[in-house]
Each structure stands twice: as structure tokens, then as C-alpha cells.
Write a protein that binds this ligand. Structure first.
Ligand SMILES: [Zn+2]
Ligand SMILES: [Zn+2]
Length: 341
């Protein structure tokens, strides 16, 4: 089998390796598709440092090849699955308080880290999520990022018919739009790029506004009879995107800093505004098992269509080009298809 090993930033090597044998309590999965997410892009570009070498890829889907002895869950060979490839130890403080997304040990075990850019993978039963319906492998690879958006919206405690502001219409912003539509929210997207605004409308946003030409606060007051947006997700790392969004929020509103930042920035808000308006500012990182399950169900039920987010498919032999496209700023998601020539 082949696997792509990141030896150093921008140095990906395709290696041959024997297909592993699942031990007791383990499952062998043939991986069919794996997205090139921001985490992989940042590892490749060298802006995120994890111990190398490693096999990247955490947005993966495939099918079960062999179930090891002692697996209690009824899993059939050939079953299509989405894979949760971020390791959780189950033993640290955060795992024990139900916040396994903040597991202290998730990047400490190189043998259990990521790995989706590999033809076969050994996983534990808790890492496989059976996918139903007519969902293809490429679509199923979106279960992981969709789960992160579901986690984000749940953290905001959104309620049906609320007005949500999504700042940024990249992949994560648009997956928030899809999930928010399923939760019965009215969604406004703020995005300076006209092509991305058009994409947001195509994917079900109610409004897409250009923050460079539209006063977001005035727009929000107009839309809501004067109150403002009740919840907000920041998916764009542009620091200038924060302040207009904060000004457009209602009293008792909630704001989630979803994106990661490469530099240090501060919340552009005076403390009295937070105090008097009962604003809640939070962040989210990753997702829990339940979020992952719900993402797989949303995809399986046909409630969300992620196909418009696929900007390109790549293969092992063109993986460097795939990374360049993913990093170009012009793509949504680029997906490695393992069986592609
Ligand atoms: Zn991801
Ligand atoms: Zn843990």
C-alpha cells in the first residue's frame, strides 16, 4: 500500500508499506478519500509544527476491510465509513469531563496521529462512523469539518429562527451555512469576495453582504427590527472582520471565535459593552463524538449537499499540486482520492 509521509514542510514522500493486520479490538479500513484541510495545509507550509515525519490527513472516508477479534459493535466488511482520526486518550482531565476535543494527549502519539493519506489504516471501533444513503466517499470525507461546525453552533446554543451572522465564506463558513439551515436559522454571510458571496447564496445563505461596502451594523438593525444578530461565528482570520461583526450583535448575543489565528489579536470590545449587553464570547476547537455522529447523519439523510465545496480531486502522484491548489486561496476543499490515477 502507499502512504504520503510529510518528512519536512513541503517535502511529501510517497512510500510503499505492507498492509497492516488488525489486532484484537481493531479494524482495518481501506481509505478512499481524504480532504486537504487547513491543518494539513499549515503542516505542509510549515506554519504549524507537529513532530515529523507523519502521515497527514484527518478528513477521511473509506470502507471496512477486516474487523479484528473482540470488536463488540456489529460492523460488516465493506461498510462505508467516515473516520475520526484525531486521537483522544480517554484518560486525561478533559476527556473525563466530556471535552475530548481538548484532549491533552491528542498530538502525543505519532502512531495514532492523522494518517488519512494512506491506502489502509488501523483504527479503533470508536473511530468509525457508518455512512448510509447514496453518499460518496468524497462527500463522506466532509463529516469531520461538518462536525466541527455543528459543535460550533451547539456551543452558541442557537435556537430556531434566530439570526446568525457567519463571517467568512471559505469552506468552514459555508459548512456553517449548511448546518445552520438545518437548524432553522436565518443566515447572513459577511464576505468581501464576490465569488464567495455568490457561493454562499448558492449554498443556502439568506443574505450575503460585502463588509467593505455595506455597514454591517445598519444591515443587522434593519433586518432584525433594531436588535441585531443573535449569534455569530467568526470563520475568517482577518482581524479587521471582528469589529464590524461585534457592533452588529444584539444584546444577549453569543459570538464564537471559530477560526485560528497565526498572530496574536485581541477582542475589539470594551468591557462595559460586554457587561451591559450580556454578550457571550467563546471559542471552539474540534468536535466531540456526538457532533461527528450528527454530521454523518446529516450527510446520510441527504440534508446537506457538500459537493459544491469540492474544488478539485487529486491523487498520490499529484498530491503536491493538490496542496498548491489548496494553498492558492482560490480553492474550497481539495480532496485526495486514493484510487485516482
Ligand atoms: Zn479538518
Ligand atoms: Zn484525553
Amino acid at each position: 500500500m502507499r502512504r504520503a509521509v510529510l518528512v519536512a514542510p513541503s517535502d511529501l514522500r510517497i512510500e510503499e508499506a505492507p498492509v497492516p493486520e488488525p489486532g484484537p479490538g481493531e479494524i482495518l479500513v481501506k481509505v478512499e478519500a481524504c480532504g486537504i484541510c487547513t491543518l494539513e495545509q499549515r503542516l505542509y507550509a510549515g506554519s504549524l509544527r507537529l513532530p515529523l515525519p507523519l502521515v497527514p490527513g484527518h478528513e477521511a472516508a473509506g470502507s471496512i476491510v477486516k474487523v479484528g477479534t473482540g470488536v463488540v459493535e456489529d460492523l460488516a466488511e465493506g461498510q462505508k465509513v467516515a473516520l475520526d482520526l484525531v486521537y483522544r486518550c480517554g484518560e486525561c482531565y478533559y476527556c473525563r469531563i466530556g471535552k475530548s476535543n481538548l484532549c491533552l494527549n491528542r498530538y502525543k502519539n505519532p502512531a495514532r496521529m492523522l494518517g488519512g493519506f494512506s491506502d489502509y489504516l488501523i483504527v479503533r471501533p470508536s473511530q468509525v462512523f457508518p455512512v448510509g444513503g447514496k453518499v460518496g466517499f468524497v462527500e463522506a470525507s466532509f463529516a469531520e469539518p461538518l462536525a466541527c461546525c455543528i459543535h460550533s453552533l451547539k456551543r452558541l446554543k442557537v435556537a430556531m429562527t434566530e439570526d446568525l451572522l457567519v463571517v467568512g465564506a471559505g469552506v468552514m463558513g459555508l459548512l456553517h451555512v449548511l448546518a445552520a439551515r438545518c437548524m432553522g436559522l436565518r443566515v447572513t454571510v459577511s464576505e468581501p469576495d464576490p465569488l464567495r458571496r455568490a457561493k454562499a447564496m448558492e449554498m443556502g445563505a439568506d443574505f450575503a453582504v460585502d463588509p467593505a461596502s455595506v455597514d454591517l451594523e445598519a444591515f443587522a438593525r434593519d433586518l432584525t427590527g433594531g436588535t441585531g444578530f443573535s449569534s455569530c461565528v467568526i470563520t475568517s482570520p482577518a482581524p479587521g472582520a471582528l469589529e464590524p461583526a461585534f457592533r452588529a450583535m444584539a444584546k444577549a448575543s453569543r459570538i464564537n471565535i471559530y477560526t485560528a489565528y497565526e498572530d496574536e489579536h485581541h477582542v475589539p470590545l470594551d468591557l462595559n459593552t460586554i457587561h451591559r449587553n450580556e454578550l457571550l464570547v467563546t471559542g471552539t476547537e474540534g468536535r466531540l463524538q456526538e457532533d461527528f455522529l450528527q454530521a454523518v447523519r446529516l450527510l446520510s439523510f441527504g440534508k446537506v449537499d457538500v459537493k459544491p465545496l469540492v474544488s478539485g480531486l487529486t491523487s498520490f502522484s499529484t498530491l503536491d499540486e493538490g496542496f498548491r491548489l489548496a494553498l492558492s486561496g482560490k480553492a474550497y476543499r481539495v480532496v485526495l482520492v486514493h484510487g485516482a490515477a
